[in-house]
Design a protein around this ligand. Sequence first.
Ligand code: ADP
Length: 318
Amino acid sequence: MLRENNHEHNVSQTRREGRIGLIANKYLKRIRAAPGKKIRLGDFPTDWAQERDLKDAEKEAFKEKALKILDENRAALASAQELLWASNVYSILIILQGMDTAGKDGTIKHVLSGVNPQGCKVHSFKVPTEEELDHTFLWRFWRALPNRGEIGIFNRSYYEDVLVVKVHPERLRNLPPGKLGKKFWNARYEDINTFEQHLARNGTIILKFFLHISREVQKKRLLDRLNDDDKYWKFSLTDIAERQFWNDYQAVYEDAINATSTDIAPWYVIPADHKWVARTLIADIITTKIRSLDLQYPQVTDEILAKYREAGRQMEED
Ligand code: ADP
């Protein structure tokens, strides 16, 4: 999974070698849902121990390397975000989706811990309010988009409107009459693709992550929440109820990813049975993307610089 000699690897070395990420492209390619190709979720690992080279490795040693890469990426992300802010052209929209307990909250906490909070907005989307239901399904997301120069994270997103709502169509309300068949859902995918295309054309970089866990890992995490006093607060009976629909959710995720993984807004199916694997991959993908924009700090002309210097000189004489 990881590049050789990661202990010695640093960011400038990576750049010199003409590679801007710390994780080999071939691995990232494997978890990217290739636009235009039909994927099957079952073909994507939830646990990288299924990969031959991870199986052969000492897991703890690998974990140590991955955490080191996560650390480097965290630092790199903090400086990349500053550049994003200073150049004020692009914004980054990160979409996090996954089954309950997939690790969305923890990913946000760990991946973005070094980033200046002023340049980063997190929005968690819950069951829509009455006011939100009185608008089109994209309305509440429009209002939450990141400004130029910012990183915006959607913890759940408009994809819920083709996921939970497709599993429970009774939640749809106040819509014009019509059948809730294939045509209805295809129209929603089309709306989403058009929306994302519009954002991309106007400088929003969109990265979409599906935190892919196995059914067994979800069971373990739910039971952990029940059996640990400090995790009770995370427990929800709804999560247990929704678990009954596991296969339906896998099917709607697969459909949504197939319909909406595009070159301008690709889906990554992130193996998330091990939280450190998921976090390391996501941090690397975001950092690599921002670096690939090759942003520059705004240039100051000689004339303006001379004015600044003169102002400084006057201040010193003050
Ligand atoms: P989380 O699980 O994200 O930590 P909650 O336990 O409050 O937070 O769950 C939010 C709930 O809101 C989820 O069950 C999700 O399916 C639901 N939800 C989000 N968007 C919609 C939507 N558009 N329609 C119906 N339910 C939604």
